[in-house]
Design a protein around this ligand. Structure first.
Ligand code: GLA
Length: 748
């Protein structure tokens, strides 16, 4: 049983394989958070709560005179609210019909549901029969009639607890939600650091680790999309924690729009974390009887470092977030023509790339931007989802058929949320573009965004894209969104409800994606937003992979992929080998290094094959063979970060089969040094008692003049030695050298 309820003490304990979570409704009906961490028993953990008379931290009226130690400002809350004595960052701020901003939520009951709850219209973790249980705790404000149902999904084996909230107005008047977070977590003690991921277009997911200090620290987005700037994923860890040691907590917001994750260290050195929709662009009116679901948060804890946090997220995303055929099916190795041609191509050119790609073993050709409407540059055509036959030299169907006849699948790029001023769609429906009446809407990449909060727009796009995809033999869709949203306003919302726009936009997007991915289950969808502008678990519910950055430079990709690996599995990361000098940085790296880095993702190519030498073509053939050979291990194995691209000279990561029978270690010298120091790594995930051999693929081995011990013929090392002592990575022969080391258990 994952849910243990002590009815008499009103203590609710959630147990997963290695963690325990607990809350308790106290004598005043306040729902206290009592514990989250390493697995322990289900006894009442309110013994961690220390009370004293805290001046200027007030007391609820009913206890005021007798007990000045009882204060909402100093008690750990399960779901905090604003205005009635808790002065810390809050989960819920409302405006009542009398204009007051207070809410006072008190325990009002619970229920247990079989399986994992779902959320209508929003992405959420799903579970097989018997894999999860749901606890729902009901809180109510006796004054206003507002209720909050706190949902907990417990995936015991995964060490995952999910949280979501449904707010219901059971009162007689309207209530406006001004801030409605999806979770609150209070720690009574602990000296934490938090790890967050910041960035920008083409340089996403930079790792940042800071002390949680007194005051508030936050990451968030008010950009309409989850954004390149901050990712909706954070880790809280104790100070000395590293990849394999120390207590760590991970939180991922299952949402693709505006978010805020805040942490506050308070007057008593305790920490609170609040995660939810960003309140700056949010207000939501609930009339009597109305309700609103708030998006889900996935939480996990490990006492053994961040590596486990990542692997827990990888597993739950692969198994319990991604859906449909492509969850398990091998994804095709693709070539995309964006960096090969940009907007400058003809149908002939595309067929030529596809044909040559096929010869190298590439399985899918993805036609990127520029095939539709009047789209020869980025300032026109968005919205006109009909082919530019003049440019293609034939119909889209003919082109797709010519390509598929070559024995290679066909894929297509779309940006259905975009609209250009210079488009037939805008000329016909100017009011469909997001913008504030009377103001000139801000341009970004010379384009606007379609108002996906409107049902008529959603229906139109579902119709247009369905028609497009039904008419051609298509196996893959790249769904892009190339700008952030501002000038927020919808013609369909009345003045008092404009604060609902951002969330309604995301709900609209999810509806469109649910319809289209449901209608075309055999098509592999890849999400993109100028690279990683919408790298979040919400999108992964609809599309199993995301193009995580427009930077294809192998060395820059090391730190982008390193950052992304904390919260996202290899199977979710779009990664391509591109041309050198690299188009974003001008850097030259070997094809071997580019291949090695791209193999830490879904793997594909983005270059003009006709410009490659025979030697390069041969190497690509070999890479494809190698990737296919290791596919299962790479996509479904356990991921370990063995060294960081932010330190030293060499980035090393490992993917081990969960059985411990094999592993692939990839090492890339990111810092080219004369006379470099040795790089030693300790391997994880193997069996102590088994013997292993380190194998360098043919070709790679011949490159290295002096191979360290372990790489010779027949040299055998025990799993225990590989874990405790490790091995030394072969030295760099070329600049930015990459090595792939396959570790295979010896047959008994
Ligand atoms: C975005 C994507 C690129 C490419 C272009 C096309 O920037 O991230 O991969 O598809 O759009 O305009």
């Amino acid at each position: 049983m994952a849910i243990i309820i002590d009815g008499q003490r009103r203590v609710f304990t959630l147990q997963t394989k290695h963690t325990t979570y607990q809350m308790k409704a106290d004598a005043k009906d306040v729902l206290l958070h009592t514990y989250y961490g390493e697995k322990t028993d289900s006894s009442d953990k309110s013994l961690l709560i220390f009370r004293a008379d805290r001046g200027f931290s007030g007391n609820p009226y009913e206890v005021g005179k007798q007990d000045r130690t009882y204060s909402l400002d100093s008690l750990p809350q399960e779901y905090s609210s604003f205005g009635m004595g808790d002065y810390r960052i809050t989960s819920l701020r409302v405006q009542n019909k009398d204009g007051s901003q207070a809410a006072e939520l008190r325990y009002a009951g619970y229920r247990v549901e079989e399986g994992k709850y779902g959320i209508p219209g929003l992405p959420a973790v799903h579970a097989e029969h018997g894999e999860a249980e749901t606890l729902v705790i009901r809180l109510a404000d006796a004054y206003s009639g507002l209720e909050a149902e706190l949902y907990y999904g417990i995936l015991e084996e995964m060490d995952v607890i999910t949280r979501a909230v449904k707010i219901i107005n059971q009162g007689t008047g309207g209530v406006v939600l001004q801030k409605a977070a999806s979770m609150n977590l209070d720690w009574e003690d602990g000296d934490f650091q938090w790890i967050s991921f910041y960035g920008r277009h083409s340089m996403e997911m930079n790792f940042q680790r800071e002390n949680i200090h007194h005051g508030i620290q936050a990451v968030g987005s008010v950009r309409g999309i989850s954004s390149h700037q901050y990712n909706p994923f954070v880790i809280l860890c104790e100070k000395g924690a590293d990849e394999t040691m120390g207590s760590c907590y991970g939180f991922s917001f299952v949402y693709s729009g505006e978010f805020l994750i805040e942490a506050e260290k308070d007057q008593l050195d305790r920490t609170r974390l609040v995660c939810g929709i960003h309140p700056d662009n949010f207000s939501w009116t609930l009339q009597s009887g109305d309700s609103l679901w708030l998006p889900e948060v996935i939480m996990t804890h490990s006492r053994d470092g961040m590596g486990n946090i990542s692997r827990n997220f990888h597993r739950v995303i692969r198994e319990n977030v991604c859906r449909g055929e492509w969850k398990k099916r091998r994804r095709p190795i693709l070539v995309n023509n964006w960096e090969a041609t940009y907007f400058n191509f003809t149908g002939e050119k595309l067929v030529d790339i596809a044909k040559q790609a096929k010869e190298l073993g590439i399985e899918l050709f993805a036609m990127d931007d520029g095939w539709f409407g009047n789209r020869n540059e980025d300032s026109s055509g968005l919205g006109d989802w009909f082919p530019n036959e003049k440019k293609l030299g034939c119909t889209l169907q003919e082109l797709a058929e010519r390509i598929t006849k070559e024995g290679i699948q066909f894929g297509i790029w779309v940006e259905p949320e975009g609209i250009s001023e210079d488009s037939d769609l805008y000329r016909k429906h100017p009011d469909w573009a997001v913008g504030i009446p009377g103001r000139k809407p801000c341009l970004s990449r010379c384009q606007w965004i379609l108002d996906f909060s409107r049902k008529d727009v959603q229906d139109y796009i579902i119709g247009q894209i369905s028609e497009l995809l039904s008419g051609i033999p298509v196996s893959y869709v790249k769904w892009d969104c190339n700008r952030a949203i501002c000038d927020k306003f919808s013609g369909m919302l009345d003045g008092g409800r404009q604060g609902e726009f951002s969330h309604r936009y995301v709900l609209g997007l999810y509806r469109v994606l649910e319809e289209l991915t449901g209608k075309f289950p055999e098509i592999l969808f890849e999400s993109c937003s100028g690279g990683g502008g919408r790298l979040d678990v919400g999108m992964l519910y609809y599309m199993p992979q995301i193009w995580i950055s427009d930077t294809t430079d192998a060395i820059e990709r090391l730190s982008i992929q390193y950052g992304a690996s904390f919260g996202y599995p290899v199977s979710a990361m779009g990664t391509h080998v591109s041309m050198v000098p690299n188009h974003q940085t001008g850097r030259v790296t070997s094809l071997s290094t580019r291949g090695c880095v791209a193999m830490a993702g879904t793997f594909g190519y983005e270059l003009d094959i006709s410009k490659l030498s025979q030697e390069e073509k041969d190497e690509i053939k070999e890479q494809i063979g190698r990737f296919k050979k290791y596919y299962n291990l790479i996509q479904n194995g356990d991921y370990y970060r063995l060294s960081s691209p932010l330190e030293g000279a060499c980035t090393v990561w490992e993917i081990a089969d969960p059985s411990g029978g094999e592993a692939l270690v990839s090492a890339v010298y990111h810092h080219v040094q004369a006379n470099p120091a040795p790089v030693r790594v300790k391997v994880q995930g193997l069996k102590d008692g088994a013997d292993y051999q380190l194998v360098l693929d043919k070709g790679l081995k011949e490159k290295c003049p002096a191979l360290p011990y372990g790489f010779g013929k027949g040299e055998v090392i025990s799993g225990a030695a590989l874990r405790q002592v490790g091995f030394v990575v072969p030295g760099a022969v070329d600049g930015f050298q990459a090595w792939q080391i396959y570790i295979k258990e010896c047959e008994a």
